[in-house]
Design a protein. Structure first.
Length: 367
């Protein structure tokens, strides 16, 4: 059918060209018929025919070039599609092979699979989400919380490798389609998570005791009921994080960013919050007994029903007022926005350098 249509189009084009060659010269020379002999008129018509033929040849040449370009473009497009399909097929094969290798008994094979998946995620945007989900499932399976299991001296090498891969992924290029990291109810005690990118991650009831999270990006993360006792959260970004009922006893959170975080009912006994940013944070019902709040910025923070019986760094009048409110009836105790920082952060205990604190690399560098 296509061949017939092409033949008919070619025949029509030839007919149109013949008609132009015959009728256009006659039409062009019609005004000169009365002044020219038959021989001169014929010569003039032939000259016009040559001009028309030249124009038709140029048009045919341009049409041929356009047709050739179109065919080349279509051929190039088909070749590119074939190459892309082949590349996607190879990537899918690599993905399947790497996922299978995660179940291997040899550590070296599992590590190769983990770093292979990291490279594949960097190359293929469509496979980035499934890769992150597979790696998170690997951690939940290998390091799921078991109350009867004793704390190890360090995380398994492959689990730590996965956390490093997830933490350093190219978040900036993922944009709004970034897959959510799901590490809920995992045993990550003592993990090295310095500077990791876990924005909006699901860390519900995760165990991160003694973990190092200096400069970690945890904005908007779900840390409800998480266990962060004695964790190192120096300069960690926890803005807007959900820390309700989280256990932060004796955590080291110097200069941590907790603006707008929800710390309702959080356990903050003995937490070190020196120079922490708590503007607009919700500390309703939080347990702050023994917390160190020297120079902490509590501007606009809500302390509804919070227990601040012996916190260092909270002014005596403010502390007594909060405790009276918590003991009598639920009433809102809010540090007024715009109050002088020195008023809210005046120390009633020892000098800020006196309390014992863990020697962290960042703290030593600042000294």
């Amino acid at each position: 059918m296509k061949t017939l249509i092409r033949f008919l189009l070619l025949a029509a084009a030839i007919a149109v060209a013949a008609g132009l060659l015959w009728y256009v010269p006659q039409w062009q020379t019609a005004p000169w018929q009365a002044f020219l002999t038959a021989r001169d008129l014929l010569e003039l018509q032939n000259q016009v025919r040559q001009t028309v033929a030249l124009l038709l040849a140029v048009a045919a040449g341009l049409g041929g070039l356009a047709l050739i370009w179109r065919r080349l473009a279509a051929s190039e497009r088909r070749t590119l599609e074939a190459l892309q399909a082949g590349e996607e097929s190879r990537r899918l094969e690599r993905f399947t092979r790497a996922v299978g290798q995660l179940a291997e008994a040899h550590l070296e094979v599992r590590l190769g699979a983990i770093y292979g998946l990291e490279q594949l995620a960097a190359e293929s945007m469509p496979q980035r989400g499934p890769i992150i989900e597979v790696l998170c499932a690997f951690v939940r399976e290998r390091a799921g919380w078991d109350a009867e299991r004793a704390a190890a001296t360090r995380l398994p090498t492959d689990v730590q490798a996965v956390l490093s891969v997830i933490g350093r992924r190219a978040v900036a290029r993922e944009g709004g389609a970034a897959p959510r990291v799901d590490l809920r109810r995992t045993d990550l005690r003592g993990a090295d998570l310095n500077g990791v990118h876990l924005t909006h991650a699901n860390l519900f009831e995760a165990h991160l005791e003694h973990a190092t999270l200096q400069g970690a990006h945890l904005a908007g993360a779900d840390l409800r009921g998480a266990h962060l006792q004695n964790a190192d959260l120096v300069e960690a970004d926890l803005r807007g994080a959900d820390l309700r009922e989280a256990h932060l006893e004796s955590a080291y959170m110097v200069e941590a960013h907790l603006e707008g975080a929800d710390l309702g009912g959080a356990h903050l006994a003995g937490v070190y919050l020196g120079s922490a940013h708590l503007q607009g944070a919700d500390l309703g019902g939080a347990h702050l007994d023994g917390a160190y709040l020297y120079k902490a910025n509590l501007e606009g923070a809500s302390l509804h029903g919070a227990r601040v019986m012996s916190s260092i760094g909270v002014h005596r009048d403010e502390r007594e007022r909060i405790n009276r409110t918590a003991a009598a009836e639920p009433a809102v105790a809010r540090i007024a926005k715009g109050s002088p920082p020195a008023e809210a952060a005046r120390s009633l205990g020892p000098d800020p350098e006196t309390p014992a604190s863990r020697p962290t690399p960042l703290r030593q560098a600042k000294r």
